[in-house]
Design a protein around this ligand. Structure first.
Ligand code: COA
Length: 438
């Protein structure tokens, strides 16, 4: 039998409904899946049903940026039988964590593959993949991320084939011979709701765009402000992309010709990301596209790799910043919002890059203008994502405060100058009281 026929035969032999595959899970098993579109919806829903029907206990499910409403993150009664552990939270995981029925793993995104390999015994690695090719390989589609490390550690691999998933040419692959079970589930791909770009985001986007030279390589983080920066760069030339998440504004930059990756010293001519998530436009662009590389996060987010690009510019959002320049991007006080992601790695990579810059950007206020996002101290319980020793530039709609290489007295003045005018007097009063406004 030729190889192609043999792979097809193996596929048929391993094919089963998601509900049947889920029944292999036993009490105390550990299940994990990778980020966003790599999550196999039917399989994970079937696992939850099986856990309930069979009365299993102690099953743990690890998630990274949960994109489906998993029952364990909705239903507190499942705690102890099916418990979620979130490595980067979307709304479901954060609600469960704040409700006391979901767990959280503190980590940098870059370390996720290594942490799994070192500390987590995985029974089942489960993944949504694009259809098998004639050589017997399934592409991990829009995700480089942590799948390679997770698969190395997993005792069993189950895949859910979705014909709608794009086939990335340069992404991790899994072979039919490595897989113990296959199910099929052709569903529309999840999309990220388009961020609303208001006047404030656009102003911030414009301020940062002015500082970005032609030929720069970019990372844009999650949120409306990084999107606005992307859209403000359409008149630039020879930009490159080396990023954690590939986003919709980057599609626009590629299509208008502002991004061609020609000046990148490594991966020249290619867009590099560790995952892509957004609209169908992104997924269409990735499909069969040799100019895309979706590579493992321990490589993509490595600050040394980032720093090899001259004029690297990183743009990320935050929830609040204090007078020292400590950036909180993952909690509001003790309330869990998301994870550290790759913010710190991109800040560190950008500041080590020759000519590089890192911008942490956000509107000056939150909650309808009632709260200043620049504060004398972080709210008690707030988590420091980027430290005062790594931070470079903070941006609001009132300007850019360069903090790196500047003493506290200059930092505090620069920060108050970009705070909302309604809060500047009270911030100045607090700074004087803290004896740091000298
Ligand atoms: N005090 C109280 N509430 C605040 C606040 C503050 N200082 N700042 C923001 N909020 C609230 C907002 O009102 C909003 O509430 P809502 O959901 O009820 O509307 C919520 O917190 C989120 O704020 P928003 O400004 O809309 O966030 P965003 O979508 O721009 O995302 C982060 C910001 C920080 C959560 C996001 O960038 C993130 O997840 N970062 C993780 C770390 C990182 O940067 N990783 C790299 C990415 S590739």
């Amino acid at each position: 039998m030729d190889a192609v026929k043999q792979y097809k035969k193996m596929y048929r032999q391993k094919l089963a409904p998601a509900e049947e595959l889920a029944k292999r899970v036993e009490s105390d098993n550990v299940i994990c899946s990778d980020i966003t579109l790599a999550q196999p919806k039917a399989l994970l829903e079937a696992v939850a049903e099986h856990v309930k029907a069979a009365g299993l206990t102690g099953v743990k499910q690890h998630t990274v940026l949960d994109i489906y409403p998993y029952e364990m993150y909705q239903n507190a009664d499942l705690l102890g039988s099916l418990t979620g552990i979130s490595w980067f939270s979307s709304k479901g995981a954060s609600r469960a964590a704040n409700g006391g029925f979901g767990d959280v793993m503190p980590c940098y995104y870059r370390d996720i593959p290594g942490l799994f390999e070192q500390y987590i015994d995985i029974d089942y690695f489960v993944a949504a993949v694009s259809p098998m090719d004639k050589h017997g390989y399934f592409s991990m589609s829009t995700v480089g991320s942590a799948s390679v490390g997770m698969m190395r550690k997993a005792k069993h691999i189950l895949v859910e084939v979705n014909k709608n998933l794009p086939r990335a040419l340069n992404a991790p692959m899994v072979h039919i011979s490595q897989v113990e079970g296959v199910c099929e589930n052709t569903i529309p791909l999840a999309v990220l709701p388009k961020a609303e770009l208001d006047e404030v985001s656009r102003t911030i986007g414009g301020l940062i765009a002015e500082r970005i030279p032609d030929g720069a390589t970019l990372q844009l983080g999650i949120g409306a402000v990084p999107d606005a920066v992307g859209l403000a760069l359409k008149d630039k030339h020879d930009l490159g992309i080396h990023t954690e998440m590939f986003t919709d504004s980057m599609v626009e930059l590629i299509e208008c010709g502002a991004v061609n990756n020609s000046k990148k010293p490594i991966h020249t001519g290619k867009t590099v990301a560790t995952f892509a998530f957004g609209s169908q436009r992104i997924y269409d662009l990735i499909n069969d596209n040799p100019a895309f590389e979706l590579l493992p996060v321990d490589y993509v987010n490595n600050p040394e790799v980032i720093a090899r690009h001259p004029n690297f510019v990183s743009i990320n959002a935050a929830l609040e910043v204090d007078f020292y320049g400590q950036v909180c991007a993952e909690s509001i006080g003790t309330k869990h919002v998301s994870g550290s992601g790759g913010q710190v790695d991109y800040v560190r990579g950008a500041i080590q890059s020759p000519g590089g810059m890192s911008f942490i950007a956000f509107p000056s206020t939150a909650k309808g203008g009632t709260v200043s996002k620049i504060q004398p101290t972080l709210t008690p319980g707030a988590i420091v994502t980027t430290s005062k020793n790594d931070v470079d530039c903070i941006v609001t709609e009132y300007g850019i405060a360069k903090l790196r290489g500047r003493p506290l007295s200059e930092r505090v003045k620069a920060l108050i100058a970009i705070a909302h005018p309604d809060f500047r007097d009270e911030l100045t009063f607090a700074a004087k009281k803290q004896n740091i406004m000298i």
